[in-house]
Design a protein around this ligand. Structure first.
Ligand SMILES: *Cc1c(COP(=O)(O)O)cnc(C)c1O
Length: 370
């Protein structure tokens, strides 16, 4: 699905030098590379605070620990996403309230959010799925009207921009109260292990989240709140400093691959190509098709026989996951999420796809659909 090896080979010298510098400095934790990366990402995103942490799931958990919510408070999240979003909310004793997504964009449905609001609702988590921003204009105005926090899950969307009606363009993850991202190796900005970051323009929240990520410590060995230990290490920061310089070029490569796929699959009545939202750029973390009356497992098997990997993101919506079953939800509650889980198929999408590879993939898919 990704080709991290070819990507690495193009920047090998810079990456190897960066890692060697960390080893020579022996400053493995909280070294200057981490501080550099924090500032580099702050200027790339044009956001006041970046807080580097251990991974994207920690980023979400620390965000929720900092909001001062209490057990039973409700947090609205989409039913069609990666499990991490629900997990941290449940772990903290908050109540995840699931809502349906839009069939076309895969993102949280604003009408469903509206219907799910109660007096206990405290926050909304838009997940910018597959690299395209959710409808932030409406989400932010709803949140303002009902006094709710907005925590963006930007784990798949770093570098994507949202266009507000006043024509302001804002980076994904930098619109709500807090944004969270992941540097898992296959993410659009990936390191060589685990990594993540939190974004905010709010000074007070930034100070709390920095402390929470560091054992709740404000002054050395004085712990003002219950915290966790979650850090981006210096070696990962060294890798990210190099790769951040290439992020725009990586996004352009993904867009070119998506354009190739779109052209090859246009006007085919057995599939639907990714729908573009008018207010967001797309960074194609995934290129995800919707199949119509196609034997998905058959297609996957045939492609796999030809050496073409495919993935189903995501095969089971959250309300049908075993760990999240309760009497609040049942099968049929979120028709779009359920329909999508049965019909989506993601094709290889990365920065190194050649025209020859794209031709091979698309011709094999089209051959099957004939
Ligand atoms: C990857 C991902 C996460 C979690 O990130 P990790 O770094 O793996 O913990 C959370 N939410 C979404 C939508 C993701 O894609």
């Amino acid at each position: 699905m990704v080709d991290l090896k070819s990507q690495y080979e193009k920047i090998k010298t810079q990456i190897d030098d960066g890692i060697q510098e960390v080893i020579d400095s022996t400053s493995f934790i909280k070294g200057s590379k981490v501080v550099d990366f924090q500032h580099n990402l702050e200027s790339y995103l044009n956001v006041k605070h970046v807080i580097p942490v251990g991974n994207g799931t920690d980023a979400l958990q620390i965000a929720f620990m900092a909001l001062g919510l209490k057990a039973g408070d409700e947090v609205i999240i989409p039913a069609f996403t990666f499990i991490a979003t629900a997990e941290v909310i449940a772990l903290l004793g908050l109540t995840p309230i699931l809502v349906d997504v839009e069939y076309d964009t895969f993102n949280i449905s604003i009408d469903s959010v509206r219907k799910a609001l109660t007096s206990k609702t405290k926050a909304i988590v838009p997940v910018h799925l597959f690299g395209q921003n959710a409808n932030m204009q409406e989400i932010l105005s709803l949140a303002k009207e009902h006094n709710l926090f907005v925590v963006e899950d930007a784990c798949q969307s770093i570098g994507s921009k949202y266009m507000f009606s006043d024509s302001a363009q804002v980076q994904s993850g930098c619109m709500g109260d807090i944004g969270c991202t992941s540097f898992f190796p296959s993410k659009n900005l990936g390191c060589f292990g685990d990594g993540g970051a939190i974004f905010t323009n709010n000074d007070a929240l930034a100070a709390i989240m920095r402390a929470v990520a560091n054992h709740g410590m404000v002054e050395r060995y004085h712990h003002d709140m219950i915290g966790v230990n979650s850090r981006l290490d210096s070696i990962q920061a060294a890798v990210l400093n190099v790769k951040l310089k290439h992020l725009d070029e990586y996004i352009a490569n993904r867009l070119a691959a998506a354009a190739y796929y779109n052209a090859a699959f246009a006007n085919n009545d057995k599939l639907i190509i990714p729908t573009r939202s008018v207010n967001s750029t797309h960074v194609y973390h995934q290129y995800t098709l919707k199949l119509i009356d196609v034997e998905r497992a058959e297609l996957q098997r045939l492609l796999s026989d030809k050496g073409i990997p495919t993935m189903i993101y995501y095969p089971v919506p959250l309300h049908l996951q075993k760990a999240y079953q309760n009497d609040r939800y049942m099968s049929g509650d979120f028709p779009n999420a359920e329909r999508l889980s049965k019909s989506v198929l993601s094709l290889p999408m990365h920065t190194e796809l050649s025209e020859r590879q794209l031709e091979y993939i698309t011709s094999n898919v089209l051959e099957f659909l004939k």
